[in-house]
Design a binder for this molecule. Structure first.
Ligand code: HEM
Length: 401
């Protein structure tokens, strides 16, 4: 007997190269979908927003059976109690940890980075200009957010290559993993990264600097209760979330512009559009394609009822292209779209991205300067995607200038 065809299968070959048609089909056929492995997926904008604003949990330990539980348990046991960042915790822990980080990760601190970000972008563009061609991911999209967050946290440059490698493994814990060996490697990378960051925190305690990490330590010393392990967990989150996402905005955003020359021309003719353009690119690209909640009680969505203790995926990428919300041209890139900012690329509700202002700043400066500096910018070969279901973006973007 042949297997029945799945309505939605993110493991299908080619899905990660272009997941949007599959999300569209799912939203049209069954916007509240229960997959055969017991995970629910929401793809309509209104349902995704409602879920993110709801009181349902982010603590996946509550799910005891079904798909991915074995993978999660193995990862957790490798980390041995580490790795509980605010992203995986509900109130009151979430409120306390987010409160401490927001105290130092302020809009003012982020805005003050603009000159430094501009200088980093210009140096990268100088190198691209000298070479005449480049892989935009390796030359700009990855190093910009990575250097910015590494500098903010005061990570010494000698450790950058190792952190980059470890973080590349750790971030895969957000994806379903193909086999046990990969789960083991992800766990081992996690252990090493947590140890490395623990060492850095010890150094900063002894010799505080003018960086975000020293400010976090000082805030903690002022009386916000935080264990050492909790501090490590939040710093690793900031580190990983600080670059493994924005790389997809800059790389994917550049691809979207190059594949839509009319929009690229519109931006060049109207530099004032850059702010809205970044919102529209966030909507169009969805650098983080999904987020997850666990139902704490039966949850009614439309005419369906999701039982308690189930994984529910908020389909951010699908919601961002919902024509009921964004109109019949939702699948098109329109840099002057009036409601572009209503995207859910940064999530919503209590876990709304804490780094949104930094991501917006890096994305705007990088893309604005890239297009204004190189009038002949063009793709110079095939774009390759990174094969990830969640933190999806291009792995290589060959360009010539
Ligand atoms: C949370 C997306 C950049 C730090 C989130 C969430 C999303 C997201 C969707 C919510 C996840 C959920 O609800 O389960 C993005 C995108 C980025 C980006 C698309 C870039 C384009 C950054 C940066 C930082 C950062 C640059 C920090 C330097 C965080 C933190 C959280 C978070 C700390 C957890 C907030 C909480 O749990 O309360 N991000 N992010 N993000 N993000 Fe970002």
């Amino acid at each position: 007997m042949s297997e029945p065809e799945l309505l939605f299968n993110p493991f299908e070959p080619g899905f990660t190269d272009d997941p949007f048609p599959a999300y569209r089909r799912l939203r049209e056929a069954e916007p509240v979908h229960e997959s055969p492995i017991g995970i629910w997926i929401l793809t309509a904008h209104r349902d995704v927003v409602d879920l993110l604003r709801s009181d349902h949990s982010v603590d996946e330990r509550q799910v005891t059976e079904g798909a991915f539980v074995a993978q999660m348990r193995e990862f957790e046991s490798a980390l041995d109690g580490r790795g509980r960042s605010m992203l995986d915790l509900d109130p009151p822990d979430h409120t306390r940890l987010r409160g401490l980080v927001s105290k130092v990760f302020t809009p003012r601190r982020v805005a003050a980075l603009e000159p430094e970000i501009t200088a980093l972008v210009d140096e990268a563009l100088d190198r691209i200009e000298d070479a005449g061609s480049a892989d935009l991911v390796e030359a700009l999209a990855f190093p910009l957010p990575f250097t910015v967050i590494s500098t903010m946290l005061g990570m010494p440059p000698t450790d950058h290559a190792r952190v980059r490698e470890l973080s590349g493994w750790v971030v895969r814990s957000l994806e379903p993993l193909p086999d046990e060996e990969t789960v083991r490697r992800v766990g081992a990378a996690g252990v090493e990264l947590y140890e490395l960051v623990g060492g850095l925190i010890a150094d900063k305690r002894a010799r505080p600097g003018d960086d975000l990490l020293s400010a976090l330590i000082a805030a903690e010393a002022e009386g916000d209760r935080l264990t050492d392990a909790e501090l490590v967990d939040q710093v690793v989150l900031l580190y990983v979330a600080g670059h493994e996402t924005t790389v997809n905005l800059i790389g994917g955003g550049a691809v979207a512009l190059l594949e839509n020359p009319d929009q690229l021309a519109l931006l060049r003719a109207n530099p004032d559009l850059a702010g809205n353009a970044v919102e529209e690119l966030l909507r169009f690209v969805s650098p983080v394609q999904q987020s997850r909640r666990v139902t704490v009680a039966p949850y009614k969505v439309g005419d369906r009822e999701i039982p308690a203790n189930r994984f529910v995926v908020a389909g951010l990428a699908a919601a961002n292209r919902d024509p009921e919300f964004f109109g019949p041209d939702a699948e098109e890139l329109r840099l002057d779209r009036p409601n572009a900012r209503r995207h859910v690329a940064f999530g919503g509700g209590p876990h709304h991205c804490l780094g949104a202002a930094l991501a917006r700043l890096e994305g705007r400066v990088a893309l604005e300067r890239l297009v204004s500096r190189f009038p002949d910018l063009a793709l110079d070969g095939e774009v390759k995607w990174n094969g990830r279901i969640n933190l999806r973006g291009p792995a290589t973007v060959p360009i010539h200038v």
